[in-house]
Design a protein around this ligand. Structure first.
Ligand code: COA
Length: 179
């Protein structure tokens, strides 16, 4: 499935581009979250895995430098997971994280997904992007694939949130969470 996100935004004196990563940028993408992986806060992503699924990744680039990244992982039945969100520590607080989340939601929509799941410690950031709190137990695909083998499963401090791209009439629409 081809990525259809390629956005250029003027910000101050610079130009930010949100697009699919190039093969030559895979090392820079992995470097963005290498410290988080070492600290056990993010799951590792192998170079071949990124290379084979570049259509499911977005990077934000400025002046030729990769400043942030995000990816989608697909579970079937219209469900995907937003994963591997990271912004270079020197660039945090500029709105790049929220830009990547919104880009990933748009990518999921263009790929025909109905719901975007995420597990995160950055709950307010995702709520600001329109995600609603949920329970990981509602997503057995995620539990079987990642949580069961995870060494931190008995002391997981992440919260599940969901963005509904196709809300039934009358329910929340990814912006207004149900009580
Ligand atoms: C989380 C992360 C991607 C945020 O990137 P960022 O570019 O600094 O985020 P933004 O500038 O878009 O922040 C948008 C808002 O979210 C808030 N926010 C940012 N990071 C947050 C966090 N870790 N927890 C809670 N809120 C956060 C900001 O305060 C900001 O709110 P404001 O608009 O009211 O000021 C970045 O801190 C990072 O790479 N962290 C390490 C990896 C990580 O934790 N990834 C998320 C795992 S799913």
């Amino acid at each position: 499935m081809a990525t259809q996100i390629d956005v250029t935004i003027k910000q101050g004196a610079g130009t930010l581009t949100l697009r699919k990563p190039r093969v030559a940028e895979i090392g820079a993408v992995r470097a963005l979250f290498a410290d988080e992986v070492r600290a056990g806060r993010m799951l590792p992503r192998a170079p071949y895995e990124i290379r084979n699924h570049r259509d499911d990744w977005l990077v934000v680039v400025e002046g030729g430098l990769v400043l942030g990244c995000v990816s989608l992982v697909f579970y079937g039945e219209g469900l995907c997971e937003l994963r591997s969100l990271a912004v270079d520590p020197s660039q945090r607080g500029r709105g790049l994280g929220i830009m990547l989340i919104r880009g990933a939601v748009e990518l999921a929509r263009k790929q025909g997904m109905r719901r975007v799941l995420t597990l995160t410690r950055a709950v307010p950031l995702f709520e600001q992007a329109g995600f609603c709190r949920d329970f990981v137990a509602n997503f057995p695909q995620k539990v079987w694939r990642d949580c069961r083998p995870c060494p931190f499963r008995h002391r997981c401090d992440e919260t599940a949130l969901i963005y509904d791209l196709d809300p039934p009439a009358g329910s929340h629409n990814g912006k207004d969470c149900a009580e």
